[in-house]
Design a protein around this ligand. Structure first.
Ligand SMILES: [Zn+2]
Length: 229
């Protein structure tokens, strides 16, 4: 399996392999104290199949930059209804995919879509109103991005199957450590960190105190940094 992951800042990533290209939460506003800023302008977006949006908060989506990214990449946009409303009439309907399923269910309800060589399953997870986590299957890679989910422990790791890459921020009290241990992903990338937190993590100082025991090999990428697995 070959998958290239590029941090696009805050909770954002760009995933690319032979199966296609997928952006998640990549074009957004910098909010002081809420994570690192965007690493790329929308107009710099590479060829892609999908741009996924977890929810309509500004540190996850900037509508103008996201439209520029859709135009530059040729990708369709997908996300919960509250996020898709931001683009109504601003892109052709055929390039807006609503991934909306009922809220407040345990385990979370799901919806799915396919675009080119990419399949995506949304999980209606828990943060504000209208928040999706995503399972992305592209080529032979399976990636799970948990975005701002505040209750990782309400997901059934067995329902996700073998995960090559987990992207998650371990909010205090989210139950993330139990979820991560049960999921046992091949790779785990932290997201939604400030520049200072990324530096602290790279010095071994961020996770102790948040996660116990600290799993080995947890990565955090600064905006613009890439990793191949
Ligand atoms: Zn956020």
């Amino acid at each position: 399996m070959a998958l290239k992951i590029t941090s696009t800042g805050n909770a954002g990533v760009f995933l690319e392999n032979a199966g296609g290209g997928v952006y998640i939460d990549s074009f957004f506003h910098k909010i002081a104290g809420s994570g690192s800023g965007p690493a790329f302008r929308g107009s710099q977006a590479r060829k892609a199949d999908l741009i996924l949006i977890s929810h309509a908060h500004p540190d996850h989506v900037d509508p103008a930059e996201t439209i520029a990214a859709a135009q530059a990449s040729g990708a369709a946009l997908a996300g919960p209804a509250a996020a898709m409303r931001l683009f109504k009439g601003r892109l052709p309907d055929g390039r807006l995919i609503e991934l909306e399923s009922p809220e407040r269910q345990r385990p979370p309800s799901t919806a799915s879509a396919r675009m080119g060589g990419v399949s995506v399953t949304s999980f209606r997870t828990y943060h504000a109103s209208g928040h999706n986590s995503y399972l992305v299957e592209m080529g032979d890679a399976r990636v799970y991005h948990d975005a701002d989910n505040e209750h990782a422990s309400r997901l059934n790791p067995a329902a996700l199957g073998q995960i090559d890459l987990l992207i998650l921020c371990p909010w205090a009290g989210s139950g993330a450590e139990r979820f991560v241990r049960a999921l046992a992903p091949a790779h785990w990338l932290l997201c939604h960190l400030t520049d200072e937190e990324i530096l602290a993590h790279q010095a071994g100082k961020f996770l102790p105190g948040l996660v116990d025991p600290v799993p080995p090999g947890v990565l955090a990428l600064a905006g613009g940094q890439s990793l191949e697995i």
